[in-house]
Write a protein that binds this ligand. Structure first.
Ligand SMILES: [Zn+2]
Length: 236
C-alpha cells in the first residue's frame, strides 16, 4: 500500500486520558492492542471498560470457569499493555445487543467522567467480525462520546485486508474503503503480541489474529466515529 500519504497521523499529547470501550476480554489485545500500546508510548493514560466476561466463548481451552479465567487473563493483558484501569462489567456475553444503549452509555459516561477522559477508542461500526456485542459496544461508545462532547476513534481494517481474511478463514471481516480510513498509525506490535498470549483460553495459536497482524505489518488504520472537528462545530 503506497497511498499512506493520504492518511493523517494521530497526535496525542502526553497525559491525554483515553477510555477504550470493548465487549470482551481479549478485544483490548487482539483488536486494540497495538493502538493502545502506541497511545501509551505517546504518553496517554489508557483505561478500559469491558462489558462482558466473555464466558460464552466457544473456544473453550480449559475446564475452568471460563468467566473467571478470562477475568484474570484480561488483568494480565492490561498490565502488559500499560492500561491503568480496567472496569470489567457483568453483562451477558453474546447478549449485549439486548441491553438498552442508554444503560451502556450511562456506565461509559460515569467512568469517563471519573477518568477525565478526553477521547474514546473502540471497534469500528461493523464490529470488525460483525459480532453483535462489538456493534453494541461501539454504538454505546459513539452515543456516550456525543453526550460527553469528546471524540471517538475507531479501530478498523482496510477493505482489502478484510476481504483476504474473510476468504482465507471463511468468516466475515468488515473493512473500509480507502476513503473511509482517516488515520494510519505506525505501530510496534511487541506488547500486543505479549498481551495476546495472556489470553490462552482463546486458542491463541490458531487465531486469525496472526494472519491479520501479518497482513497489517506495522500499520493500523483508524477512523473517527465522532471527529474532534465535529465537536468543535457543534460547540460553535
Ligand atoms: Zn470480541
Amino acid at each position: 500500500m503506497n497511498e499512506t500519504e493520504a492518511y493523517s497521523s494521530l497526535s496525542i499529547s502526553p497525559g491525554t486520558s483515553v477510555l477504550a470501550v470493548v465487549a470482551h476480554p481479549d478485544d483490548e489485545s487482539f483488536g486494540l492492542g497495538a493502538v493502545i500500546s502506541a497511545l501509551g508510548e505517546s504518553g496517554a493514560r489508557v483505561s478500559v471498560v469491558c462489558f462482558t466476561r466473555g464466558d460464552a466463548s466457544t473456544l473453550r481451552g480449559s475446564t475452568d470457569d471460563l468467566g473467571a479465567q478470562r477475568t484474570s487473563e484480561l488483568a494480565d493483558a492490561a498490565r502488559v499493555l500499560g492500561i491503568e484501569r480496567v472496569e470489567l462489567l457483568d453483562f451477558q456475553d453474546g447478549n449485549l445487543a439486548s441491553v438498552p444503549t442508554s444503560t451502556l452509555v450511562s456506565l461509559i459516561r460515569a467512568i469517563a467522567t471519573d477518568e477525565s477522559t478526553q477521547m474514546l477508542l473502540t471497534f469500528d461500526e461493523g464490529g470488525l467480525t460483525g459480532h453483535p456485542d462489538h456493534i453494541a459496544a461501539t454504538a454505546a461508545a459513539t452515543a456516550a462520546s456525543r453526550a460527553l462532547g469528546i471524540p471517538t476513534l475507531a479501530w478498523t481494517l482496510p477493505q482489502q485486508i478484510a476481504l483476504t481474511l474473510s476468504s482465507e478463514f471463511g468468516t466475515v471481516f468488515v473493512g473500509r474503503s480507502d476513503d473511509q480510513l482517516d488515520i494510519r498509525l505506525t505501530v510496534n506490535r511487541d506488547l500486543q503480541v505479549k498481551a495476546a498470549h495472556c489470553h490462552p483460553s482463546q486458542a491463541v495459536s490458531g487465531s486469525p489474529l496472526w494472519r491479520r497482524l501479518e497482513l497489517l505489518g506495522n500499520n493500523e488504520w483508524l477512523r473517527w466515529l465522532v471527529a474532534p472537528t465535529s465537536i468543535n462545530d457543534e460547540e460553535a
